[in-house]
Design a protein. Structure first.
Lengths: 295, 284
């Protein structure tokens, strides 16, 4: 029998389950597998639940029809899907230039300067900020001032949530561009700005887009910031950014508590659609990360 | 100054003076008149007394032990040291008669006329074509880009290997090919001077030999200054060789020029004791 005291004896090379080391190894491996499965359980049970409860409503009309009134049958979530897209596009218009330019400042110009450190710290704090605060801020800054709930205010609230993620992941992506590439560009007679625009940003683009996807995925699912700003609308988006607008997350919030069974079914369907979109964005982000980056 | 050659040229040199032969340089016009008196990084004196005039259509090699400042001097020639915090130069570096450290000179413009090839191959993360066309776009070159790209790749002896995959990534090439791509990128803008900072130290012997053959071909059209750790390489390619050494007597580590002469003379009949010891391989 193999014993720990005779590791070099001929029998010491035999695999034995009685050996405590081998035994512990097996036990821990099984435990780790169990916990990994346990961690996956919530995700798949939620997906299962959504498919079971909302899946049967999936049809083209779900996306082409307006939300029905209380007690009515039929209808869809078309205005909410479109509304979420409008708000997300608005939020991207505000947050992409801001976040990416801030990332460029942090990675290419700030170095270890005081301002850079402060901005980076503020970014980290903002990433963890409860999303309702973004809503309250946009409410006070825009809704109260304009005396109207609006898609615009919703976009701003969402942009506040997106900027720190875009900025911080963007900085990491830019820093991952090897210094020798910057030197190559500078040595060719490119200015700092030309180096950043022509070499560093294009090289870091997949990483920057990953951050954008993650920020979008997070912002899309948020309800609190939209409750205070975009509110909801039972009608199609008509091009007015200064009017309330529907969104999937607020639809889920409103309809899930409804006493009418059909409305809460629509909430399940909207949840399913939202989760699928968020998952798709996350998968896209993963694909961008995995693209070979052999600098 | 350990050089026994009289350094006669007065600083009041006008344009012709920069092209006048003097000291170690006994023929040909100068493309670069490097007269470094002192280079500081902050308080640290990195290099002193390095006068290395570079003759047109020649290859000038900088050799010497680690820390002798040969790369530092090379990077002075296109103001790449400007990016190092605390860098300060005393002396003058005249490029076609114009002091590139004079007030009002744009370092970006200097670097556009002086190409640089680095120790590590550093192509951009883009296609082979775009790598070579980079400088053309930067300079808003009006002519035929495709023609220039082909010409530069041929010049860098890389055309036959890449002509069918110009639009694949430059990073997919082998190390030696990447370095020749970097050379193509540098010569596409037809620089007046090509600086090479240990261009073969990351390459295997076959790739090294290719780059060396290439340098000898490029000499016909360009002027090259190369830093190398490899004495055989200096002997194989360089017309003139500058030997720098480290002075530790004052407590610091300051590089300075020992001898600058035609390569065959420097290796065949070194005048200074340090040179003799170095080329015998007594220290590295």
């Amino acid at each position: 029998m193999a014993t720990a005291t005779e590791p070099h004896g001929p029998s010491g090379l035999q695999l034995s389950l009685v050996n405590t080391r081998t035994l512990m190894d097996r036990v821990l491996t099984v435990l780790a597998l169990l916990f990994a499965a346990f961690a996956l359980f919530p995700l798949f049970s939620v997906l299962y639940m959504l498919v079971v409860r909302g899946g049967h409503l999936l049809s083209p009309t779900l996306f082409t029809e307006l939300t029905p009134g209380a007690g009515m049958e039929g209808g869809g979530i078309g205005n909410a899907v479109l509304g979420t897209l409008v708000v997300v596009v608005l939020a991207s218009v505000f947050s992409l230039p801001l976040g990416i330019l801030a990332a460029v400042y942090l990675a290419e110009y700030a170095g270890e300067s005081r301002l850079g450190t402060v901005v980076r710290f503020a970014g980290k704090v903002l990433t963890g900020m409860p999303s309702i605060l973004a809503g309250v801020f946009a409410y006070a800054a825009i809704v109260v001032a304009a005396k109207s709930f609006s898609a615009l205010a919703g976009g701003v609230a969402m942009a506040i949530l997106m900027v720190p993620t875009i900025m911080l992941t963007g900085e990491q992506a830019l820093r991952a561009v090897p210094e020798k590439m910057r030197l190559a560009a500078l040595g060719m007679g490119a200015s700092r700005m030309e180096t950043t625009l022509r070499v560093v940003l294009p090289t870091a683009l997949p990483g920057i887009l990953t951050g954008v996807m993650l920020a979008l995925a997070r912002a899309m699912g948020e309800t609190a910031p939209l409750l205070f700003t975009a509110l909801f609308s039972d009608y199609w988006f008509d091009g007015k950014l200064n009017a309330p607008i529907a969104s999937m997350s607020v639809l889920i919030y409103n309809f899930s508590g409804s006493p009418f069974a059909h409305l809460s079914e629509l909430a399940w369907a909207a949840s399913l659609v939202l989760v699928v979109i968020v998952l798709a964005l996350n998968v896209l982000a993963q694909v961008l990360i995995r693209r070979p980056k052999e600098f | 100054m350990n050089m026994e050659i009289p350094m006669s040229a007065p600083d009041a040199a006008n344009a012709p003076a920069a092209t006048r032969a003097r000291g170690a340089v006994d023929k040909g016009p100068l493309v670069m008149d490097c007269r470094v008196k002192r280079i500081h990084y902050g308080q640290f004196l990195a290099v002193r007394d390095a006068e290395i005039p570079i003759v047109t259509n020649e290859i000038t090699a900088f050799i010497g032990p680690s820390g002798c400042g040969k790369s530092t001097v090379l990077r002075c020639l296109n103001r790449m040291n400007d990016f190092v915090p605390g860098f300060r130069l005393e002396g003058s570096v005249r490029f076609r008669g114009q002091d590139i450290y004079a007030h009002g000179v744009d370092p970006v413009a200097v670097r556009r006329s002086i190409g640089m090839v680095f120790q590590q191959p550093n192509p951009f993360a883009t296609s082979i074509y775009n790598n070579v066309a980079f400088g053309l776009k930067l300079n808003r070159f009006k002519g035929d880009h495709a023609e220039r790209v082909e010409q530069a790749l041929r010049g860098a002896a890389l055309w036959d290997e890449v002509k069918d995959k110009l639009h694949t990534s430059g990073l997919a090439l082998s190390g030696g090919q990447q370095q020749r791509l970097c050379i193509a990128r540098a010569i596409a803008v037809e620089p007046d001077l090509l600086l090479m900072d240990e261009p073969c130290s990351a390459l295997d012997p076959i790739a090294t030999r290719k780059v060396e053959e290439l340098m000898l071909e490029l000499k016909e059209r360009y002027t090259i200054a190369i830093v190398t750790h490899n004495l055989q390489q200096a002997q194989r390619v360089a017309d003139r060789t500058a030997f720098l050494f480290v002075d530790t007597t004052a407590g610091g580590r300051t590089g300075y020029l020992i001898e600058y002469r035609p390569t065959s003379e420097l290796f065949g009949d070194p005048r200074e004791e340090q040179t003799k010891a170095y080329i015998r391989g007594e220290f590295s």
